[in-house]
Design a protein around this ligand. Sequence first.
Ligand code: NAP
Ligand code: GLV
Length: 306
Amino acid sequence: MRIIFCSPGPKPEPWLAGLRAALPEAVVDNWQPGAPQADHAVVWAPPQQFFDEQAGLKGVFNMGAGVDALVKRRLPPGAVVVRLDDAGMAVQMAEFVCHALIRHFRELDAYAADIARGQWTYRKPLLRADFPVGVMGLGVLGERVARAVAHFDFPVLGWSRTPKQIEGVRCIAGQARLDEFLAATRVLVCLLPLTDRTENILNAATLGRLRPGGYVINVARGAHLVDADLLALLDSGHLAGAALDVFRTEPLPPEHPFWRHPKIAVTPHTSARTLRDESIAQIAGKIRALERGEPVAGVVDPQRGY
Ligand code: NAP
Ligand code: GLV
């Protein structure tokens, strides 16, 4: 069995060593143009030339949860595309979103500013009942986030394509009920995959339906959000702030207004990182399962786009 690795991002050597250790029966190569045909590929954002050359792949394993960049490529006709299924990302996402939520709800930035001025001040405690949290996307990451937020006793809503049942979460499904979900939400967390249906979903109309003093936490993809609409709603006072981890262009260009906006907290696409050891173990297990003809979790539906 041959495995080929292709990623412009992390240094290939530790991934190659890890895959060789996890799959000693396989030959594992780093891709270069003209490399021999492999059975399975481990990739992040490979060029089209990679797939054109590796047309006989049986499995394409994405080194992340989001496959929006991958599904835009012309993929080998017989290949299943498999995304990372948690692999240590869900707990990171839960801690990141809870941190952003609590930082906002407990006014920790305002306290930090007071302390920096040498002021020992108190603010009137806010009521968590006034901060219902709505999680868009109740998949592997969204469900974990919704459960984590519910542990802090915030009212929690979730929105997904198909109906779900999650203890402590008011689950709402389908496009027809999006307005109902938004109108009941004050802190909006986006954990949708980026697809034709979800691109630009955070816009003037949808964000305008949030409760007054709304707060936006986007940890999914930058293209979910219409940047100018967010800025207008912050400036009008309808929205109180935003925590943004993902952007249309990454790194965020130096001139972008998000960098310096007083109501926006920017982080560099770091809310849930790919953890190499967990990911290699998961991918190796799935490659073996596919070779045995068994089903694996996290197979992408190319029509749906996630
Ligand atoms: P997932 O398991 O595929 O879950 C996606 C969820 O979104 C599902 O609940 C799905 O509903 C829902 N959904 C999709 N299209 C929808 C639509 N049109 N209307 C309503 N709901 C819709 O994905 P995941 O593993 O949770 O990851 C979510 C996204 O997080 C990834 O695609 C990626 O872009 C992003 N991400 C970001 C980071 C970061 O560091 N910032 C890290 C990892 C992932 P159904 O269940 O009903 O199909
Ligand atoms: C990161 O953004 C991922 O999709 O895993």
